[in-house]
Design a protein around this ligand. Structure first.
Ligand code: HEC
Length: 205
C-alpha cells in the first residue's frame, strides 16, 4: 500500500514537472499557445520567401511585388535621366550631355574627395596619369587630364566613360551616383588644362 502511494505521488510529481517544462517558452519554442492563429499572421511576408510554397497570387510566385516598370527609388531620381545602352554610338551621343550640377567650392571639394578615393591609383593626384599602380608598372598609364585629348573631351563623354567604363577603365556606375560623377567631372576640369580655374574655384588641397 505504502509502495503504491510512493509510486503514485512520484508519478504526480513528474506529471506536474512535465506540465511546467512543456509549457515554458524558450529559444525557438513559444511554449503553449492558445489559438495561435489569432496572433501569428498567415499573410505573405514581403521580405521572406519560402521556395517550396510559391505565392499563388503574385507573378513569378514571389511574395514581393515587382515595382512598376520605370520606377525610380526615392532619392535616386538622377538615375532616371541616364539609361544608355553601352555602345560606341551611346558614347558619341553622350557628348551632348550637359553637366546639370552647378559648380561651387563645395561641389568641387566633394568631387575631389570622390576622385581621391576612387581614381588616384591610376590617374594620379593631379590627374596626370601617374597613379601609384601605374608608376609601379602594374597598369598602362591612362591619358593625362592635361593632354589635348582630355582637354577636348566633352563633359558628357567623361560622364559616360566614368559611368559605363571605357576600354581598360572599369565602370563606376555602381559606385558613384550620376550626381556624384558630375561632381567629379567638375573637379577634373579644375585640376588641369584650359579649364583650370574656369569656375574661379581652386580646389583645396
Ligand atoms: C584601373 C585604372 C583606372 C581607374 C581606377 C580609373 N581610371 Fe579613368 N581611365 C583609365 C584608363 C586606362 C583610361 C583610358 C581609356 C581609353 O580611352 O582607352 C581612362 C580614361 C578616363 C577618362 C577619359 C574618358 C574618355 O572619354 O576618353 C576619364 C574622364 C576618366 N578616366 C576618369 C576617371 C575617374 C573619374 C575615375 C574614378 C571614378 C577613374 N577614371 C578611375 C584607367 C582608370
Amino acid at each position: 500500500m505504502a509502495n503504491t502511494r510512493i509510486i503514485l505521488s512520484t508519478f504526480a510529481l513528474f506529471s506536474v514537472m512535465a506540465l511546467f517544462t512543456a509549457c515554458s517558452a524558450g529559444g525557438d519554442n513559444p511554449g503553449y499557445e492558445y489559438a495561435p492563429n489569432m496572433y501569428h499572421g498567415f499573410g505573405y511576408e514581403p521580405l521572406s520567401q519560402k521556395e517550396d510554397e510559391p505565392n499563388t497570387i503574385n507573378p513569378h510566385g514571389m511574395n514581393m511585388r515587382e515595382p512598376v516598370k520605370g520606377t525610380v527609388a526615392r532619392g535616386q531620381q538622377d538615375f532616371a535621366n541616364y539609361s544608355f545602352t553601352v555602345s560606341n554610338e551611346s558614347y558619341e551621343a553622350s557628348a551632348s550631355l550637359k553637366n546639370p550640377v552647378a559648380s561651387s567650392p563645395k561641389v568641387i571639394a566633394e568631387g575631389q574627395t570622390l576622385y581621391n578615393i576612387n581614381c588616384t591609383p591610376c590617374h594620379g593626384d593631379k590627374g596626370l596619369g601617374d597613379g601609384t599602380i601605374v608608376s609601379a608598372g602594374k597598369f598602362p598609364p591612362p591619358p593625362s587630364y592635361d593632354s589635348d585629348r582630355i582637354k577636348t573631351t566633352p563633359d558628357g563623354k567623361m560622364f559616360y566613360s566614368i559611368r559605363y567604363g571605357k576600354n581598360l577603365m572599369g565602370a563606376y556606375g555602381t559606385v558613384l551616383t550620376p550626381n556624384q560623377i558630375w561632381k567629379v567631372v567638375h573637379y577634373i576640369r579644375t585640376v588641369s588644362g584650359p579649364y583650370k580655374g574656369a569656375s574661379n574655384v581652386t580646389a583645396s588641397k
